[in-house]
Ligand binder design. Sequence first.
Ligand code: CTP
Length: 504
Amino acid sequence: MDMDAIIEALGGAAQVQTLLGVGPSAVSNYRARGQFPEYARIRIWQALKARGITVDPETLSVEPSGQANPIASSNSTVSPSISPATGLATVSIPQSPRILLIISGGIAAYKSLELIRRIKDKGWHIRCIMTASAEQFITPLSVSALSGETTYTELFSLTDEAEMGHIRLAREADAIVIAPATANIMAKMAYGFADDLATTVLLATDAPTLIAPAMNPFMWAHPATQANQRQLKIRGVSFVGPDSGDMACGEDGAGRLAEIPQIINAISRILPGNGRLNGKTALVTSGPTHEPIDRVRYIANRSSGKQGHAIAAALARQGAKVTLISGPVDIPPPAGVHVVAVETAQDMLTASLAAMPVDIAICAAAVGDFSVVNSGVNSGANSGANSAAHKIKKSDTGDAPQLFLQQNPDILATIADHKMRPRLVIGFAAETDDVVNYAIAKRLRKKADWILANDVGQDEQPVFGSDFNMVHLVTENGVEPWSEMSKHDLADQLVSRIAKEISA
Ligand code: CTP
């Protein structure tokens, strides 16, 4: 049963136009392409059924009630044929990605209409939710007309709830896209608000989520919005844009909705199995180490773990299976990452070797270079083999104890020289002077492929604990200065570079 036969069976092209709410040229296009658009297929399946043309329900996802689930059965081709087993016409329908688009309020809301069309061009299934403020800019009717689906707006609409609860909306999406995303919806997401349908669905989902922000440049640059963005990135949410340029509000700066093709590419990347590092494995070391002096004291450094954690999150967003080996930090673990918490350099090395083999190793930890040799703690009455097992006491004479240190193993160098050496080994070089030259030497000495060199000696621009970083990328091909950016943006840039290298 080919396209023509299906159209004939449904009563001809005019009937198909009425059934799908399209014009004559659309039906000609379907004939030419040899397939119906995705949203139309279930209607066609139902209409064929109503006309007594039995199709094999096994090939469609059917709800317990017997009613086909248009989402679960969404597909990219309809190719009915006769099943040799049952003698029934079967419709072979491969699953296509299910996108839930959340449209929040803002002048860029009208661009979501174009986005819906392009999503459908990809053959993806789309459902839309609009916030109340989005309805001030575009109507649910135009959104439904383009998506071919009901547009959901109300959390407590009895009809909607009966047809499609918010939990089901959340579950039946392979990816959630918020475009345009206002500062308000980002803030609500960051803090876990659930006061309307959109935010309730966002709280109830574990699907990969993409935010395409669009707002006034001051609102985007505001520390509150920036902090919310960072928080969401840590939780594994992806971002596309905003772009810079003239804004509808008359101001100029970063805040424009990303271009539609850019958003489509970003959606492709977050779809399960579509990440640029899909199927790859990575280990990331992050944070400081604590090298114990005794039961209560330790030697540490100022590393916050923000850069290493951001890299682990960015790798995971691109589909890599990530083991994050983290020293003691005060920041939350990134979403979708296996975290191994360690304390000392020796523990970090052991955990790193246990995580191998991997495709990519990134050593972002500020590993303590020295550890205290227990038996070497010399504090008069407190000296002795077990002194580090107890709190070292002050002496009556006022003599301070002497700590004896030994050099810790170098994790980066060990990984780079290992018989299971990862395909790409990347380290950082925290330097206070002659940054690039030390980094070049460090890359060779430690046999790393790339070194990200950063100057940690500037009082006015501290790296440790900051949300920003400025590095030079040192590779065998030379030195590239990268502009100052947030640690999350740096992580995204690095991961995109890694993806290019790995696929080369
Ligand atoms: N590194 C490591 N294990 C160590 C020390 C450092 O894996 N014991 C890694 C860091 O994670 C970083 C790189 O080596 O990727 C460089 O760290 P850095 O502190 O800049 O250099 P050091 O090796 O400590 O050398 P130096 O202190 O002499 O500059």
